[in-house]
Write a protein that binds this ligand. Structure first.
Ligand code: NAG
Ligand code: NAG
Ligand code: NAG
Ligand code: NAG
Length: 400
């Protein structure tokens, strides 16, 4: 199984080699709702979720008519990159945008961009990780930006960061490229090294000095580790050794958690960790006897499902690291299971590769070219953000 995984990843990781400078347009127009009295009603909504001990990660995907999803469209959000705009790239079906996540036993609070902007006033929210996190950042920006008039918002690049600013709120929502969290030779924001990767398991300062004062940090790191069962890495000296991936991952998290514990302020800063984003590379896992991947999938999986690509050893490493923290409490956003169901949510052949949309020939060979790692937007990462939103508003209302 690992060999197959490795093979697919060699192929698909080349998708990470986008290296393109994507231009960001500002074309949206909308009026700014002035009301902020919603805030207290919303705070009550969150309390009803969390104070009753609801597990928001346990539930099911539902389709309603009329559907309340998507929460934005490809046309209403000017900040989406071509990697994620599946419909514009030719995807013929659209149900994948319409499913709503329903936790067992409670409702997720309605996403209210004005309420979130209120909580982010004079603050920074930063997503740290790989291209999966970049998609989550894009999703968050799209969820937030609709309530802000054009002249009051902007996106700029400051590699390895991409930054969205809501001017009137002095709020920034940022993405920081660090695919291994710790330092590596894949850290260049656009020219990532994919082959011959080398991770410095005990070195993080090169990144972390730029995370230091951030109010809300959201971390994620998985797929870059899973290229081969072994990974080249260093600790201390410059001697490069091959480490078992899970061992290396644990050592990297140790470096990461030590930085968090020794540097951040539990009173004023908040840290989240996203569990791994699942892939759907082998359709036989959900349809016995088939030989495809996520291509052509239009509906979520119903009933229990856990793909072989989602390493339980990595899950355990994350849990141990988070449970081992003493000063800082890190909130685990365990989005793996809910995303496992969404074999229909990936960008498949309706995306770009090395900065270009797939050619007709490539599209006709989905087994070789479908991207079953990344997600379409609007789509699954919007739900991750609805959950993050609930935690953020709940934690900021508790601080007051
Ligand atoms: C704007 O926000 C930054 C943090 O993002 C903060 O350091 C700064 O003090 C804020 N400016 C004002 C005028 O409040
Ligand atoms: C580690 O680096 C050596 C030397 O470049 C290379 O031969 C080996 O294949 C690498 N191992 C892995 C797991 O990439
Ligand atoms: C994908 O779906 C289309 C339309 O239903 C069908 O014609 C085609 O054979 C399917 N392709 C694969 C590879 O399953
Ligand atoms: C996340 O949830 C799944 C079940 O949905 C569980 O198997 C896994 O251990 C959890 N991961 C962590 C890190 O707690």
């Amino acid at each position: 199984m690992r060999n197959i995984l490795a093979l697919f990843l060699i192929l698909l990781v080349s998708i990470f080699l986008l290296g393109t400078t994507r231009l960001v347009k500002e074309t949206s127009t909308s009026s700014f709702p002035k009301s902020s009295q919603h805030q207290t009603r919303h705070e009550k909504e969150f309390a009803s979720v969390f104070d009753n001990g609801c597990n928001v990660f346990d539930g099911r995907w539902v389709l309603e008519e009329p559907s309340s999803r998507p929460l934005y469209t490809e046309d209403t959000c000017p900040y989406l990159t071509r990697q994620v705009t599946c419909r514009r790239n030719g995807r013929p079906d659209f149900l994948y945008q319409k499913w709503r996540w329903e936790p067992r036993g409670c409702h997720l609070p309605r996403f209210n961009s004005v309420a979130l902007l209120g909580s982010l006033r004079n603050k920074r929210l930063m997503f740290v990780g790989d291209s999966i996190q970049r998609t989550q950042w894009e999703s968050m920006v799209c969820l937030l930006q609709s309530s802000i008039p054009e002249s009051k918002k902007l996106v700029y690049r400051d590699p390895p960061r991409k930054v969205f600013i809501a001017k009137d709120f002095n709020a920034s929502i940022e993405f920081y490229w660090a695919p291994f969290l710790v330092e590596s030779n894949s850290d260049h924001a656009t020219k990532h090294r994919v082959h011959r990767r080398m991770v410095r398991l005990d070195a993080i300062a090169g990144h972390s000095r730029r995370w230091q004062g951030v109010d809300f940090l959201v971390f994620e790191s998985y797929v870059w580790w899973m290229y081969k069962p072994l990974i080249n890495a260093t600790i201390g000296s410059h001697e490069i050794r091959e480490y078992d991936v899970v061992t290396a991952y644990r050592l990297a998290l140790k470096t990461w958690s030590h930085w968090i514990e020794s540097t951040l302020n539990p009173q004023s800063q908040k840290v989240f960790f996203m569990t791994l984003s699942p892939t759907h590379l082998w359709s036989w896992e959900w349809r016995a006897g088939s030989n495809g991947n996520c291509y052509n999938e239009t509906h979520p999986i119903h009933g229990p499902f856990w793909g072989a690509g989602s390493s339980l050893d990595i899950m355990e490493a994350v849990r141990d690291a988070v449970n081992g923290m003493k000063r800082m409490k890190v909130t685990l956003l365990n989005i793996t299971q809910l995303s496992e169901y969404r074999k229909d949510g990936h960008s498949s052949v309706f995306t770009e590769r090395r900065g270009k949309l797939l050619t007709k020939e490539q599209i006709s060979e989905p087994n070789a070219f479908a991207d079953c790692i990344h997600w379409c937007l609007p789509g699954v990462p919007d739900t991750w953000n609805e959950i993050l939103y609930a935690y953020l508003l709940y934690s900021t209302s508790n601080q007051r």
